[in-house]
Design a protein. Sequence first.
Lengths: 212, 75
Amino acid sequence: MDINFEDWKTVDYTTAYQRQRLKVESVIAGALGCLVFCEHPPVLTLGRLFKKESLLFTKEEINRRGVDLQIVDRGGDITLHAPGQLMVYVFLDLKLFNKDLKVYLEKLEQVAVDLLKEFDILAVSIPGKRGVFVGANKITSIGIGVRKWVSYHGVGINVNTDLSLFSLIKPCGLDVQMTSMAKLLKHPVAMEEVKHTWAKLFSNIFEVNIIK
Amino acid sequence: MNIILPELGEGITKATVAFWHVKEGDRVQAGDEVCEVTTDKATFNVEAPASGWVKSIDLKPGQDGLVGDVLGTIE
């Protein structure tokens, strides 16, 4: 199966979300699926399971730190997006993947785990917990939306993210520390290399051909 | 006709009603998205099984439903 690929580079969350809505509509209408990479300026996104106690500062204090707040229609609680975090948005017709959200999420997690392994980072997914972890620290967040069995939203991987911004929240509502590839490897990581590796592994695990 | 919480995948037995796109008395077409349910990592939009009007909303936001449960009804 062929899918398209787009790199939206750095784009504000609201614009990216509007593009996501259009992308979902196009796949619902029969267009090829699509893999999208991008990064966002600092923003906290509040999912459908958002709990107030996950926000540790007021909106005003958060804005003073240069961080925006957005309510979004994805699963999960609250998370941060910021430069240095690779956002992977995946638009697939899950009717072609047995209409199985569990398997779809497991495959996304597997791509993340295998990606990190290629950078010599041992990460695991933990049943019942959102995301991918290195020890007790979270390195990747996952939250998807599904409309007419077409997926949207996806995965956020902390590559070179400023981790101090996570002090504003309880990420995903968990008492968890966040980490990043740069922190674990003790040096910045080339984002293009991460993107290339993700695309390669995604293609293998989902058995799709990415048209660039 | 019942709006049923559908099968979402192997091992997924329940979901939480997050949001209703419609209210009682609204007209809907078959296939319209009427209700959003969430698991811990996914938000899924449930569609109207038939055209008609929304007769009842049985599971409210925040309430859990098992796969196969009636979320609401359409007449």
